[in-house]
Design a protein around this ligand. Sequence first.
Ligand code: UDP
Length: 490
Amino acid sequence: METSKAHVALLPLPGMGHMIPFLGLGKLFVTHHNFKVTIFLVSIDHSSQTLSKTIISEMSNELCNIVQLPPVDITGVVDPNATVGLRLSVTMREIVPAFRSSVATMKPCPTVLITDIFGTDAFSVAEEFGMLKYVFSPSNAWILALTIYTPVLDKEVKGEYVHQKEPLKIPGCASVRVEDLFDPLLDRTNQQYDEYLHAGIRLRTSDGVLMNCWEELQPKTVAALRDDKLLGCVLKRPVYPVGPIVTQSGNSSKSGLLFDWLNKQSNDSVVYVSFGSGATLSHEQMTELAFGLELSQQRFVWVVRAPTKESGNKTYLKGRSGDENHDQFGYLPNGFMSRIQNVGFVISDWVSQVDILSHPSIGAFISHCGWNSTLESILMGVPIIAFPLFAEQKMNATMLTEEFGMAVRLEVLPSKKVVGREEIQKKVRKIMVDNEGHGIRDRVNELKYSAKEALCKGSSSYKALSELAKRFEARMQLQNKKAPSPITHE
Ligand code: UDP
């Protein structure tokens, strides 16, 4: 008979930015608590399915079971031109029957379901099979606070949020500037807003909420989430800051042309440029970025994705460049590739960002401020030049600059206006060359030590994960006696 150990089912949103931290969480449950972990992968289309499964399987190192759920057809449910955010939330609802069928075949069935903020419709399956129900927000405490508080704002604020004269107040937390508001909150008549509201309300039906940050990073916000007089009275559920969860790519080798080149560069001398797993820049923005890098006279590694055809910067879900049919880098300015020989390195394939950021030659990161990229930058002690594009990245950029002091910001928001080459070169030199860069580098190093400390035995995130593990084990023992009972909240 198989020895009993708790079995954690993870159901992340499609998209590498969600699957990667879920995988990291799963690996922690396996390595620290000897639990069994199954990750259910949802995909938005066939083309994204194969690639993400390949990357996640490689990164898993066989520590977690990977179950690929069949793609769901949402064409009849949502407009084909709907935003990515809306398509994702609808996909997570439509996947529930397939998820149920898969869980039903598992003997014994998992002990606990941990899903994304937009995955809580799958709680019905957890309830049916006597599983605990948790949410893992692969983001930070401030973003979670806004999600929890939006149902209250919905009742209190009249008219569109974007028309408010004052920043939106969240009890016990930093207020959110109107210009930093993220996509679902920009239009209250849009279905995406309803989905976000629904997600905020459904969080209250969970047994608890995990987030990818650590107490010492956002002490005030974490305290507000727990305080019954502040956000605690809205959520009424325990919160567990379990981060920073950053996971190394399974097949990382730190070899090949890129690493041969990096090995020849001096410490802190190279700017790394990447906009996450799915963002693409407009052609115009890409041109300005290319010239800005050249003008800065700094060495760089740029992970490029073919530009969008329309104006504006976009996100997509494939998790790699869509440039298979283009001339390699033909979209970059004329002569750019030959001018930057020996100075810059341009790649379009999926690369292990953690490996690049951890290389001693990397001295700054031009980043869209996705939360995983931010955590990776902190853990590797690399300052950020904040280039937010969509989702919660504008809030992250504000926090990194004004609260953490580990980033410089652009004068204009890239989501509003093309950032010119002069501005880009100015900000690159500010970190890489000017004295101001030293203070920012010192600050990110302080955060790095705080991050590493949080994960050590006996420290905050370690303890939070251990507390969860105890709850899961207690539930498993109840399941073994075939008498599941609801969890109690102190
Ligand atoms: N990433 C990577 N290689 C790439 C592009 C992205 O390893 O070529 C990883 C990156 O390290 C991070 C994740 O993909 O873990 C991107 O997540 P993030 O939250 O930064 O941004 P998103 O992709 O969600 O916009």
